[in-house]
Design a protein around this ligand. Structure first.
Ligand code: GLY
Length: 396
């Protein structure tokens, strides 16, 4: 399918555009196939480029170069996970071999006790690998990583500690941490030991109590007083301001509570996911094409940078929520996710073949306050874009 046929009205707009949903009338299945094909050719290119670079995994593409990290960076698991999903989609053996190679590079992360990001690192890589191959070694790695994650669990506070840095915080927990709970839920399913799930549930409930504002947006960082057990600080690290709505943080929350509802069938989480979805879908500064600005309160909107990673995470979460929620909003969740995926699959966001060092999506924002990774591809944007495409493909 030619791009011109898929997107007859041109590229995505960078400002409000009420006509944007009519940009393309291509059937969604064709949009999905375009995205998955492009993700496959790009990822093979990137996998080939790094295959002899021992221990390295991709992070972004900046200054004309693929920028890499090792197992101990929070994004290490996304590229192997992306390769597993693309292997699942096509059955291409090259993807499987690369998925195995890059998954192995993440393995030392299982011993880390200085980060909460073990769910991202290990469940996105070994978890996807185990789902598709039932390799028992992969399960062993996840088991060990889960024990490492639990060293950060504080039963008195009812949360898993996120960061060990930041002198101003006694016990910081970021909304992103909701994403690590899926690995705990998985361990309970695997072992029937309910302790993992209990930790996940307690963390999720404590986070509902303390992270969310009246309008259902979320703070990025909440730090707990270790004596009183109550929050002593509510801040941001990656958002515009303490009181602003950092786009990726809102998306992590939506994804996290949707996932918790899937895992537990506890309607508390469905209620929370619905509230977050309502905040986002009704937000006056969500652009009509569905790709959020990096912060909903960025002062330079409508000229603020967009964050494709937030859109991809949100789309993936909304597709899942549309299937779990039997209420009247379900079709609206799906419609917004489809719109987001159409926009991300347009030439404005989807890298051309051979472009961007093999990354799939352009225009994400990693850390605006520190002016790092601004308007660049990011490995997790690619991961959640492909996950969303795969989820939608299975539905259609
Ligand atoms: N978990 C860090 C981020 O979303 O940038």
């Amino acid at each position: 399918m030619l791009l011109a046929t898929l997107f007859p009205m041109g590229v995505a707009s960078q400002s409000y555009d009420p006509s944007v949903s009519s940009r393309s009338d291509a059937p969604m299945v064709e949009v999905i196939e375009l995205g998955l094909r492009r993700a496959t050719t790009q990822s093979l290119l990137l996998a080939e480029a790094l295959k002899d670079q021992q221990n390295l995994l991709p992070r972004t593409y900046e200054k004309g170069k693929v920028q890499t990290i090792r197992y101990d960076h929070w994004v290490s698991g996304f590229f192997p996970g992306l390769l597993w999903m693309l292997y699942e989609n096509s059955g291409d053996d090259r993807l499987r071999r690369f998925a195995e190679l890059y998954t192995k590079r993440v393995e030392p992360a299982k011993k880390l006790t200085n980060t909460h990001d073990l769910g991202f690192m290990l469940y996105c890589s070994f978890g996807q690998g185990f789902r598709l191959t039932a390799n028992s070694h992969y399960l062993d790695v996840i088991r060990e990583g889960t024990q490492s994650l639990l060293t950060r669990w504080n039963p008195k506070l009812g949360v898993i500690r996120s960061w060990d840095f930041g002198k101003q915080w006694q016990y910081p927990v970021i909304i992103d941490n909701m994403m690590n709970l899926e690995m705990l839920c998985f361990m309970t399913r695997q072992t029937t030991d309910s302790r993992y799930m209990k930790v996940a549930e307690t963390h999720a409930k404590t986070t509902i109590r303390n992270h969310f504002r009246k309008d259902n947006s979320t703070f990025h960082v909440v730090s707990y007083d270790t004596l009183s057990g109550q929050p002593h600080a509510k801040n941001t690290a990656q958002g515009y301001a303490d009181g602003s709505a950092w786009a990726r943080g809102q998306a992590w929350g939506l994804y996290g509570y949707t996932m918790m509802y899937r895992e537990t069938h506890n309607r508390i989480y469905l209620k929370q996911a619905r509230k977050i979805a309502a905040f986002l879908m009704n937000h006056p500064r969500l652009p009509a094409d569905g790709v959020p600005y990096w912060d909903y309160d960025a002062p330079d909107i409508p000229n603020a940078k967009r964050d494709a990673s937030a859109a991809a995470i949100m789309a993936s979460a909304l597709i899942e929520l549309s299937q779990l929620d039997k209420g009247k909003m379900a079709p609206k969740y799906l419609a917004l996710a489809e719109k987001q995926l159409r926009t991300l699959s347009s030439p404005e966001y989807l890298a051309e073949e051979g472009e961007q060092g093999g990354f799939v999506l352009k225009h994400s924002v990693g850390h605006m306050p520190e002016k790092r990774e601004v308007d660049v591809p990011l490995t997790y944007a690619d991961y959640y874009y492909v996950e969303a495409l795969m989820r939608l493909k299975k539905l259609l």
